[in-house]
Ligand binder design. Structure first.
Ligand SMILES: [Cu+2]
Length: 310
């Protein structure tokens, strides 16, 4: 019997047992936020939400024409009145709900019948800033793991002597990220106590302090790749090939994937048969979707030992 046939028999067996229960597949939960529409006030007037969340405006009094954007907002941008939504809100049409999908923007809204009544909704992006202390002739923590798009902020401890935050390593190959100062070379001192850098690409970057590298003052930033959970073979989409790839790794000794996180469909920190079964359940029986990041690429903020590299 060839191995694919064995796999498919195994898959049929495993799925027939309906091993994929909601226990195995947790799902990212979107929230619905409420704004009350009074005669001449919104309460609250501003909200901060996550992409995928929705907002419901609920009538309390008056007759209103809700519009996204700001009065006089620039055409062609989300600020343009009505660019994202308009809705009549009154006693006959008491609620309106909109789901926000675009990350990292602020969307205004106002009442066209009373344009001084303005509010705004900020949709967070999914990047984070991590802090590293420059303290006691060392970087703390010495190794930091982040995802593409995240920032690292080095903070100089007061009274600490002068240091540098210099990417690469002494004698690092020219033209590579290991070349001294290829990405950054900043003084860290009382006069220049904060340095921030955004990492847009996956990499493992060494860095060091020029005056103190010989005393071991070195650090490392590990920037992981963003991924879609369940996309084991990293083709950009979920299909049967992902389940076969996962089973091949588990049972046929295929080489360890670069992005084990993508195989961990349930986000429980380990890759096992339940992940392949969850994925098949989602693809063929419409059971729960993989945990975030899904269905678009993103970071995995769950603390576990799995990593994702290109
Ligand atoms: Cu130093």
């Amino acid at each position: 019997m060839n191995s694919i046939l064995k796999l498919s028999i195994f898959i049929t067996f495993a799925c027939g047992g309906l091993l994929c229960s909601s226990l195995l597949c947790d799902d990212a939960r979107a929230e619905d936020h409420q704004i009350n529409f009074f005669n001449s006030a919104f309460i609250p007037t501003s909200l901060t939400i996550e992409a995928g969340d929705s907002v419901t405006w609920s009538w309390v009094a008056g007759n209103h024409q809700l519009s996204s954007g700001f009065p006089g907002g620039a055409p062609g941008t989300p600020d343009q009145p009505g660019a994202l939504f308009t809705a009549t809100i009154n006693a006959q049409n008491p609620t309106f709900t909109h789901t926000f999908t675009q990350m990292g923007i602020t969307v205004g809204f106002f009442d066209e019948f009373n344009p001084v009544q303005i509010g705004s909704i900020t949709i967070l992006d999914d990047t984070l800033t991590f802090e590293v202390g420059v303290v006691d002739n060392s970087y703390l923590p010495q190794i930091i793991e982040i995802f593409e798009g995240d920032r690292v902020r080095w903070v100089h401890e007061p009274m600490e002597m002068l240091h540098t935050v210099t990417s690469g390593m002494p004698g690092g190959d020219p033209g590579t990220i290991e070349e001294p100062g290829a990405l950054f070379d900043e003084e860290s001192s009382d006069l220049n106590p904060i340095f921030e850098y955004t990492f847009d690409d996956a990499m493992e970057l060494p860095y060091y302090c020029i005056p103190h590298v010989d005393f071991g003052m070195v650090g490392q930033v590990i920037v992981q790749d963003r991924f879609i959970r369940g996309d084991s073979d990293r083709s950009g989409a979920l299909d049967i090939g992902d389940a076969i790839y996962c089973l091949g790794f588990l049972f046929q000794g295929a080489t360890t994937p670069n992005c084990l996180d993508a195989l961990d469909v349930s986000d429980d920190g380990q890759v096992d048969i339940a992940d392949a079964v969850s994925l098949l359940g989602y693809l063929f029986s419409s059971t729960a979707a993989p945990a975030a990041p899904f269905p678009t690429e993103g970071p995995d903020r769950t603390a576990d030992t799995l990593q994702c590299h290109p």
